[in-house]
Design a protein around this ligand. Structure first.
Ligand code: CAA
Length: 293
């Protein structure tokens, strides 16, 4: 990447992709969000609009700035619309095939040979995605935390092929343009945060599964006894139980440690479509504004 990053693309407009697009647009960047089809693109726009509205209601953003941010956002169902981007951040489902396909396509579409392709994966080796392109030196992990507009951290993850100047450019961008704090991790499944967080969440699931304590008491224990902003089962619901299983499975495959193995209850809940907040029911139930009941 020779010049400054001003044109950003985000692939995937789910809770992570929409959050990433929102912080980019709020930072003054022209941002194109690509979704699978027109309906998903419309939902992505609704997600960003709702979050900007929340920021205005909570006094974090004035209304003209929220409106300005929306004018810098475009939503599309065609990856070709990302051809002129300086940086593209992939935030599709945690599935190696899906992500590899996106990287192979972006490599052909994004025209600037210096453009950087980043992944928001938390579990899939960055190297694998870099190898799907002809520019592995310009590919790296850029892992945000949910809710993206609220949490200040970004993990920066170079693969063995990532060039030092790619890492520096992205760290400077995340820090100076987006206002985030960065930490660096080696390209190991889970990076720093999820390698610590996921075994904790799985322990909480095992507690609830065995009847050791109820989900409500597990959460109250950590919120009131350790001042965590939300208990582990509410947090699992926020992340999405399908995502928790996908990350746990990847961690287990990488390290072969039993503490990473997803417990049966978690798998059954995912099979049952009880995915947490996004479906209205996980370890807790949620009404339409997604507050835990
Ligand atoms: N834009 C800007 N600010 C916003 C906002 C938005 N859209 N929505 C909320 N906020 C602000 C609020 O104004 C408030 O700020 P103050 O404390 O300064 O007043 C703050 O965020 C908290 O918001 P709320 O009062 O609405 O809600 P809350 O107090 O119930 O907190 C929460 C909600 C932010 C989700 C909090 O419970 C929390 O931080 N939970 C932990 C989340 C966490 O651990 N996330 C990491 C998940 S792991 C991950 O993402 C990685 C992965 O790969 C799985």
């Amino acid at each position: 990447m020779s010049g400054t990053i001003t044109r950003v693309g985000v692939v995937g407009g789910g809770q992570m992709g929409a959050g990433i697009a929102e912080v980019c647009a709020r930072a003054g960047l022209h941002t194109v969000v690509c979704e699978a089809d027109a309906t998903a693109a419309r939902r992505a726009r609704e997600r960003v609009t709702a979050s900007l509205e929340r920021a205005v209601q909570r006094g974090k953003l004035d209304r003209p700035s929220a409106e300005d941010a929306l004018t810098r956002l475009a939503f599309t169902a065609g990856l070709d619309d990302l051809a002129d981007r300086h940086l593209v951040i992939e935030a599709v489902v945690e599935n190696t095939d899906a992500k590899t396909e996106v990287f192979a396509a972006l490599d052909k579409i994004v025209q600037d040979p210096g453009a950087i392709l980043a992944t928001n994966t938390s579990a899939i080796p960055v190297m694998r995605l870099g190898m799907a392109t002809q520019r592995a030196d310009h590919v790296l992990g850029l892992h945000f935390f949910n809710p993206v507009p609220v949490l200040p951290l970004v993990e920066v993850v170079p693969s063995l092929h990532t060039a030092a100047r790619t890492v520096t450019a992205v760290e400077t961008f995340a820090r100076d343009t987006l206002g985030k704090t960065t930490i660096r991790s080696q390209d190991r499944t889970g990076f720093v945060v999820n390698a610590l967080l996921i075994p904790y969440l799985l322990s909480a699931v095992r507690m609830a599964e065995s009847g050791f304590a109820t989900a409500a008491d597990v959460d109250a224990g950590m919120e009131l006894g350790c001042a965590h902003p939300m208990g582990p089962l509410k947090l699992a619901d926020l992340i999405g139980l399908d995502t928790v299983v996908a990350i746990a499975q990847s961690l287990y495959e990488e390290f072969r440690e039993p503490l990473y193995a997803p417990p049966p209850l978690l798998r059954r809940m995912v099979e049952a479509g009880l995915l947490g907040r996004k479906t209205g029911r996980g370890f807790h139930t949620y009404d339409r504004d997604r507050e835990a009941r």
